[in-house]
Write a protein that binds this ligand. Sequence first.
Ligand code: APR
Length: 308
Amino acid sequence: MRSKITVIGAGFVGSTLVQRLAERDYADVVMYDIIPNMPQGKALDLLQAGPVLGYDSLVTGTNDYADTANSDIVVITSGFPRKPGMSRDDLIKKNQEIVTQVTENVVKHSPDSILIMVTNPLDAMVQLAYHISGFPRNRVIGMAGVLDTARFRTFIAQELGASVRDVQAYVLGGHGDTMVPLARMCTVAGVPIAQLLPAERIEQIVQRTRDGGAEIVKLLGTGSAYFAPSASVLQMVDSILLDKKMIMPCAAYLQGEYGMRDLFVGVPVKLGAHGMEEVIEVELDEGERAQLQKSADAVKELIKVMGI
Ligand code: APR
Protein backbone atom coordinates (compact mmCIF):
# COMPACT_ATOMS: atom_id res chain seq x y z
CA MET A 1 0.00 0.00 0.00
CA ARG A 2 1.21 3.51 -0.75
CA SER A 3 2.17 5.77 2.10
CA LYS A 4 -0.17 8.62 2.98
CA ILE A 5 0.95 12.15 3.73
CA THR A 6 -1.37 14.92 4.89
CA VAL A 7 -0.51 18.58 4.56
CA ILE A 8 -2.60 20.90 6.74
CA GLY A 9 -2.92 24.36 5.21
CA ALA A 10 -3.16 24.70 1.45
CA GLY A 11 -1.59 28.15 1.28
CA PHE A 12 1.75 29.00 -0.29
CA VAL A 13 3.93 26.66 1.77
CA GLY A 14 1.33 23.87 1.91
CA SER A 15 0.43 23.76 -1.78
CA THR A 16 4.04 24.10 -2.94
CA LEU A 17 4.94 21.22 -0.64
CA VAL A 18 2.09 19.10 -2.00
CA GLN A 19 3.37 19.74 -5.51
CA ARG A 20 6.87 18.66 -4.52
CA LEU A 21 5.56 15.55 -2.73
CA ALA A 22 3.32 14.54 -5.64
CA GLU A 23 6.26 14.82 -8.01
CA ARG A 24 8.24 12.42 -5.78
CA ASP A 25 5.62 9.78 -6.64
CA TYR A 26 6.11 7.84 -3.40
CA ALA A 27 2.90 8.60 -1.52
CA ASP A 28 -0.68 9.72 -1.80
CA VAL A 29 -1.15 13.25 -0.54
CA VAL A 30 -4.11 14.88 1.19
CA MET A 31 -4.28 18.66 1.43
CA TYR A 32 -6.57 20.09 4.13
CA ASP A 33 -7.67 23.70 4.56
CA ILE A 34 -10.56 25.48 6.28
CA ILE A 35 -11.35 27.51 3.17
CA PRO A 36 -14.20 25.69 1.39
CA ASN A 37 -13.37 24.22 -2.03
CA MET A 38 -9.92 25.81 -2.31
CA PRO A 39 -7.86 22.68 -1.42
CA GLN A 40 -10.10 20.60 -3.69
CA GLY A 41 -9.36 22.97 -6.58
CA LYS A 42 -5.61 22.96 -6.00
CA ALA A 43 -5.57 19.17 -5.60
CA LEU A 44 -7.42 18.65 -8.86
CA ASP A 45 -4.99 20.94 -10.65
CA LEU A 46 -2.02 19.02 -9.21
CA LEU A 47 -3.62 15.68 -10.08
CA GLN A 48 -3.93 16.79 -13.68
CA ALA A 49 -0.20 17.57 -13.81
CA GLY A 50 0.42 13.85 -13.13
CA PRO A 51 0.03 12.60 -16.72
CA VAL A 52 2.36 15.31 -18.00
CA LEU A 53 5.06 14.80 -15.36
CA GLY A 54 4.50 11.07 -15.01
CA TYR A 55 3.45 10.69 -11.40
CA ASP A 56 0.62 8.54 -10.05
CA SER A 57 0.38 10.14 -6.61
CA LEU A 58 -3.26 10.56 -5.71
CA VAL A 59 -3.70 14.16 -4.60
CA THR A 60 -6.89 14.98 -2.69
CA GLY A 61 -8.11 18.28 -1.30
CA THR A 62 -10.51 18.39 1.61
CA ASN A 63 -12.22 20.39 4.36
CA ASP A 64 -12.95 17.22 6.33
CA TYR A 65 -10.40 15.67 8.70
CA ALA A 66 -11.95 12.23 8.08
CA ASP A 67 -10.15 12.24 4.70
CA THR A 68 -6.80 12.62 6.43
CA ALA A 69 -7.28 9.44 8.51
CA ASN A 70 -4.35 7.12 9.10
CA SER A 71 -1.70 9.31 7.55
CA ASP A 72 1.90 8.22 8.04
CA ILE A 73 3.18 11.79 8.09
CA VAL A 74 1.27 15.01 8.77
CA VAL A 75 2.84 18.37 7.97
CA ILE A 76 1.24 21.40 9.62
CA THR A 77 1.57 24.67 7.69
CA SER A 78 -1.74 26.27 8.69
CA GLY A 79 -1.58 29.69 10.21
CA PHE A 80 -0.93 33.27 9.39
CA PRO A 81 2.35 34.18 7.72
CA ARG A 82 4.36 37.21 8.79
CA LYS A 83 3.63 40.65 7.42
CA PRO A 84 6.38 43.23 6.84
CA GLY A 85 7.66 44.62 10.14
CA MET A 86 6.05 41.76 12.08
CA SER A 87 8.35 39.39 13.99
CA ARG A 88 7.69 35.67 14.12
CA ASP A 89 6.82 36.14 17.76
CA ASP A 90 4.03 38.60 17.02
CA LEU A 91 2.31 35.72 15.33
CA ILE A 92 2.27 33.57 18.39
CA LYS A 93 -1.20 34.07 19.83
CA LYS A 94 -2.90 33.99 16.45
CA ASN A 95 -1.28 30.75 15.45
CA GLN A 96 -1.55 29.11 18.87
CA GLU A 97 -5.29 28.84 18.45
CA ILE A 98 -5.03 27.37 14.96
CA VAL A 99 -2.27 24.88 15.79
CA THR A 100 -4.09 23.69 18.93
CA GLN A 101 -7.26 22.93 17.02
CA VAL A 102 -5.40 21.36 14.10
CA THR A 103 -3.24 19.14 16.32
CA GLU A 104 -6.28 17.85 18.21
CA ASN A 105 -7.88 16.81 14.94
CA VAL A 106 -4.70 15.27 13.54
CA VAL A 107 -4.21 13.16 16.67
CA LYS A 108 -7.82 11.99 16.53
CA HIS A 109 -7.61 10.84 12.92
CA SER A 110 -3.93 9.82 12.57
CA PRO A 111 -2.84 8.69 16.05
CA ASP A 112 0.27 6.92 14.75
CA SER A 113 1.51 9.67 12.45
CA ILE A 114 4.79 11.56 12.51
CA LEU A 115 4.14 15.29 12.87
CA ILE A 116 6.26 17.89 11.12
CA MET A 117 5.56 21.46 12.24
CA VAL A 118 6.15 24.38 9.88
CA THR A 119 3.87 27.11 11.25
CA ASN A 120 5.69 30.05 12.86
CA PRO A 121 6.88 30.94 15.38
CA LEU A 122 8.25 27.48 14.79
CA ASP A 123 9.90 26.69 18.10
CA ALA A 124 6.77 27.64 20.04
CA MET A 125 4.37 25.88 17.67
CA VAL A 126 6.29 22.60 17.70
CA GLN A 127 6.39 22.68 21.51
CA LEU A 128 2.63 23.32 21.49
CA ALA A 129 1.96 20.42 19.12
CA TYR A 130 4.07 18.10 21.30
CA HIS A 131 2.13 19.23 24.37
CA ILE A 132 -1.31 18.86 22.75
CA SER A 133 -0.60 15.62 20.85
CA GLY A 134 0.87 13.56 23.68
CA PHE A 135 3.01 11.87 20.99
CA PRO A 136 6.46 10.55 21.93
CA ARG A 137 9.28 12.92 21.03
CA ASN A 138 10.43 10.93 18.03
CA ARG A 139 7.10 11.69 16.31
CA VAL A 140 7.07 15.49 16.66
CA ILE A 141 9.69 17.43 14.69
CA GLY A 142 10.01 21.08 13.69
CA MET A 143 11.28 22.31 10.32
CA ALA A 144 13.67 25.23 10.72
CA GLY A 145 17.31 24.19 10.63
CA VAL A 146 17.20 22.71 7.14
CA LEU A 147 15.87 26.02 5.82
CA ASP A 148 18.22 28.22 7.81
CA THR A 149 21.13 26.01 6.75
CA ALA A 150 20.03 26.18 3.11
CA ARG A 151 20.07 29.97 3.31
CA PHE A 152 23.54 29.95 4.84
CA ARG A 153 24.80 27.51 2.19
CA THR A 154 23.31 29.62 -0.60
CA PHE A 155 25.10 32.76 0.54
CA ILE A 156 28.44 30.97 1.06
CA ALA A 157 28.22 29.32 -2.36
CA GLN A 158 27.40 32.66 -4.01
CA GLU A 159 30.26 34.38 -2.23
CA LEU A 160 32.80 31.79 -3.34
CA GLY A 161 31.39 30.93 -6.74
CA ALA A 162 31.12 27.35 -5.49
CA SER A 163 28.46 24.70 -6.00
CA VAL A 164 25.84 24.66 -3.25
CA ARG A 165 26.35 20.88 -3.17
CA ASP A 166 29.92 21.36 -1.96
CA VAL A 167 28.91 23.63 0.92
CA GLN A 168 28.21 21.82 4.20
CA ALA A 169 26.93 23.76 7.17
CA TYR A 170 24.86 23.61 10.33
CA VAL A 171 22.56 26.24 11.71
CA LEU A 172 21.38 25.36 15.20
CA GLY A 173 19.15 26.94 17.83
CA GLY A 174 15.77 28.59 17.44
CA HIS A 175 14.25 29.70 14.14
CA GLY A 176 14.60 33.36 14.93
CA ASP A 177 17.00 36.15 15.55
CA THR A 178 18.96 33.98 17.99
CA MET A 179 19.71 31.14 15.56
CA VAL A 180 23.28 29.86 15.72
CA PRO A 181 25.01 29.36 12.35
CA LEU A 182 28.04 27.22 13.19
CA ALA A 183 30.52 29.00 10.93
CA ARG A 184 33.36 26.98 12.48
CA MET A 185 31.88 23.78 11.05
CA CYS A 186 31.02 25.16 7.63
CA THR A 187 33.16 23.60 4.90
CA VAL A 188 33.42 23.88 1.12
CA ALA A 189 34.45 20.53 -0.34
CA GLY A 190 35.92 19.72 3.07
CA VAL A 191 37.83 23.00 3.46
CA PRO A 192 36.77 25.13 6.49
CA ILE A 193 35.38 28.52 5.39
CA ALA A 194 37.72 30.25 7.84
CA GLN A 195 40.47 29.35 5.32
CA LEU A 196 38.46 30.77 2.43
CA LEU A 197 36.84 33.96 3.73
CA PRO A 198 37.87 36.70 6.17
CA ALA A 199 36.15 36.59 9.57
CA GLU A 200 34.22 39.84 9.04
CA ARG A 201 32.76 38.60 5.75
CA ILE A 202 31.67 35.37 7.42
CA GLU A 203 30.00 37.43 10.16
CA GLN A 204 28.10 39.45 7.53
CA ILE A 205 26.88 36.22 5.91
CA VAL A 206 25.86 34.86 9.30
CA GLN A 207 23.83 38.01 9.90
CA ARG A 208 22.19 37.80 6.47
CA THR A 209 21.25 34.20 7.30
CA ARG A 210 19.66 35.31 10.58
CA ASP A 211 17.65 37.91 8.65
CA GLY A 212 17.01 35.53 5.74
CA GLY A 213 13.28 35.16 6.32
CA ALA A 214 12.73 38.86 6.98
CA GLU A 215 14.62 39.82 3.80
CA ILE A 216 12.12 37.83 1.75
CA VAL A 217 9.09 39.09 3.72
CA LYS A 218 10.20 42.65 2.94
CA LEU A 219 10.67 41.95 -0.76
CA LEU A 220 7.38 40.11 -1.18
CA GLY A 221 5.38 42.85 0.52
CA THR A 222 2.75 40.32 1.45
CA GLY A 223 3.33 36.80 2.79
CA SER A 224 6.57 34.99 3.51
CA ALA A 225 8.95 32.52 1.88
CA TYR A 226 7.61 29.25 0.56
CA PHE A 227 9.84 27.72 -2.13
CA ALA A 228 12.80 27.02 0.16
CA PRO A 229 10.60 26.16 3.18
CA SER A 230 8.66 23.55 1.19
CA ALA A 231 11.91 22.12 -0.25
CA SER A 232 13.25 21.82 3.29
CA VAL A 233 10.21 19.88 4.47
CA LEU A 234 10.56 17.63 1.43
CA GLN A 235 14.08 16.66 2.46
CA MET A 236 12.80 15.70 5.92
CA VAL A 237 9.94 13.66 4.46
CA ASP A 238 12.33 11.91 2.06
CA SER A 239 14.54 10.80 4.93
CA ILE A 240 11.59 9.54 7.00
CA LEU A 241 9.56 7.88 4.28
CA LEU A 242 12.55 6.25 2.59
CA ASP A 243 14.24 5.54 5.97
CA LYS A 244 17.40 7.21 4.72
CA LYS A 245 18.73 8.11 8.21
CA MET A 246 19.97 11.45 6.97
CA ILE A 247 21.33 13.83 9.58
CA MET A 248 19.97 17.35 9.40
CA PRO A 249 19.24 20.16 11.81
CA CYS A 250 15.64 20.11 13.05
CA ALA A 251 13.77 21.32 16.13
CA ALA A 252 13.79 18.32 18.47
CA TYR A 253 12.59 17.81 22.03
CA LEU A 254 15.73 17.59 24.13
CA GLN A 255 15.92 15.36 27.16
CA GLY A 256 19.37 16.11 28.50
CA GLU A 257 21.22 16.47 25.19
CA TYR A 258 23.24 19.69 24.96
CA GLY A 259 22.56 20.08 28.69
CA MET A 260 18.92 21.00 27.99
CA ARG A 261 15.68 19.34 28.96
CA ASP A 262 11.96 19.49 28.08
CA LEU A 263 12.47 21.98 25.29
CA PHE A 264 12.50 21.99 21.48
CA VAL A 265 15.78 23.33 20.17
CA GLY A 266 17.31 23.18 16.70
CA VAL A 267 20.00 20.49 16.74
CA PRO A 268 21.31 17.89 14.29
CA VAL A 269 19.08 14.80 14.31
CA LYS A 270 18.88 11.53 12.43
CA LEU A 271 15.59 11.14 10.52
CA GLY A 272 14.32 7.68 9.59
CA ALA A 273 11.21 5.53 9.53
CA HIS A 274 10.58 6.20 13.22
CA GLY A 275 10.88 9.95 12.80
CA MET A 276 13.49 11.67 14.95
CA GLU A 277 15.63 8.62 15.72
CA GLU A 278 18.62 10.23 17.39
CA VAL A 279 19.86 13.58 18.57
CA ILE A 280 23.44 14.02 17.35
CA GLU A 281 25.59 15.86 19.87
CA VAL A 282 28.32 17.82 18.15
CA GLU A 283 31.01 19.29 20.31
CA LEU A 284 30.46 23.02 20.74
CA ASP A 285 32.99 25.53 21.95
CA GLU A 286 32.15 27.83 24.83
CA GLY A 287 30.91 30.68 22.65
CA GLU A 288 28.66 28.43 20.58
CA ARG A 289 27.28 26.79 23.70
CA ALA A 290 26.45 30.21 25.15
CA GLN A 291 24.72 31.23 21.90
CA LEU A 292 22.69 28.02 21.88
CA GLN A 293 21.68 28.65 25.49
CA LYS A 294 20.63 32.21 24.61
CA SER A 295 18.57 30.83 21.75
CA ALA A 296 16.95 28.25 24.05
CA ASP A 297 16.15 30.99 26.58
CA ALA A 298 14.39 32.96 23.82
CA VAL A 299 12.32 29.87 22.99
CA LYS A 300 11.40 29.52 26.69
CA GLU A 301 10.11 33.11 26.67
CA LEU A 302 7.82 32.28 23.76
CA ILE A 303 6.51 29.24 25.54
CA LYS A 304 5.70 31.42 28.54
CA VAL A 305 3.65 33.69 26.26
CA MET A 306 1.54 30.68 25.26
CA GLY A 307 0.97 29.69 28.88
CA ILE A 308 1.61 25.98 28.39
N1 APR B 1 -7.09 24.86 9.73
C1 APR B 1 -6.55 24.63 8.51
N2 APR B 1 -6.03 25.57 7.74
C2 APR B 1 -6.04 26.82 8.21
C3 APR B 1 -6.56 27.14 9.49
C4 APR B 1 -7.11 26.09 10.24
N3 APR B 1 -7.62 26.30 11.44
N4 APR B 1 -6.40 28.47 9.66
C5 APR B 1 -5.80 28.96 8.56
N5 APR B 1 -5.57 27.96 7.69
C6 APR B 1 -4.99 28.01 6.36
C7 APR B 1 -5.37 29.28 5.59
O1 APR B 1 -6.69 29.16 5.08
C8 APR B 1 -4.30 29.31 4.51
O2 APR B 1 -4.73 28.66 3.32
O3 APR B 1 -3.57 28.07 6.41
C9 APR B 1 -3.12 28.53 5.12
C10 APR B 1 -1.88 29.36 5.32
O4 APR B 1 -1.41 29.69 4.07
P1 APR B 1 -0.73 31.10 3.72
O5 APR B 1 -1.54 32.19 4.33
O6 APR B 1 -0.46 31.10 2.26
O7 APR B 1 0.66 31.04 4.54
P2 APR B 1 2.01 30.32 4.11
O8 APR B 1 2.88 31.27 3.37
O9 APR B 1 1.70 29.01 3.49
O10 APR B 1 2.70 30.09 5.54
C11 APR B 1 2.15 29.17 6.45
O11 APR B 1 4.27 28.55 7.38
O12 APR B 1 6.42 29.35 7.04
C12 APR B 1 5.28 29.40 7.86
O13 APR B 1 5.34 31.65 8.77
C13 APR B 1 4.67 30.77 7.90
O14 APR B 1 3.23 30.32 9.78
C14 APR B 1 3.28 30.45 8.36
C15 APR B 1 3.01 29.10 7.70
